[in-house]
Design a protein around this ligand. Sequence first.
Ligand code: ZN
Length: 241
Amino acid sequence: MSLSDRGALVLFSGGQDSTACLAWALDRYTHVETLGFDYGQRHAVELTARIAVRDAIAVAFPGWTPRLGADHSLDIRAFGAIGETALTTDQAIVMTARGLPSTFVPGRNLVFLTYAAALADRLGLSDLVGGMCETDFSGYPDCRRDTLDAQETALRLGLDRDVRIVTPLMRLTKAQTWALAQGLGGEALIEITVRDSHTCYQGAREPLHAWGAGCGACPACELRAKGFDAWMAEGKPGLKP
Ligand code: ZN
């Protein structure tokens, strides 16, 4: 795919997936801005990771630096309060009666994308890039492409403009997301992902494992470690986007 003059707004949490999405967008768009949400996370560490990853990418990839525009943060803590889940309160992470992890905030991506679309409209950006993925399915119905297709239609109608929801990780396994990072930015991007991106639900920044910092026991750490190990076992392939 050639470089797109359509500007991109990347939903950027500072995690592994959104780090891969940011690199993917910088490889493809001439102008990229980032958006994070404060919805009452227990751990400010997630917000700190966003800045660390952006800064590290800007230093390590001078070709991308001119394309990396402003960072935005929106306070949606009123929504977080509705969630009442393990991400936003001190409850333990368990599987609920609906078969969803208690980290699930109902409709979270729908809300994120609606805010993102409003901001993108103001900024003159047409593509919303997010790390939603239905391959390692963890029961999040608003990560499914069917849901996002419907929301894209609603946003196009509701904003009366050409909006796209772009999901480069939708069909990738967690191992393939590491491979995509390798393909986009080589060892330098892997290093940034391991060192600076944050995934752990417990907010732990230590110990530092081969796959990154985290408690090593929560579902997010387990998924990230499992994907990294599988990618290593395959010989650290690079996936060209
Ligand atoms: Zn963890």
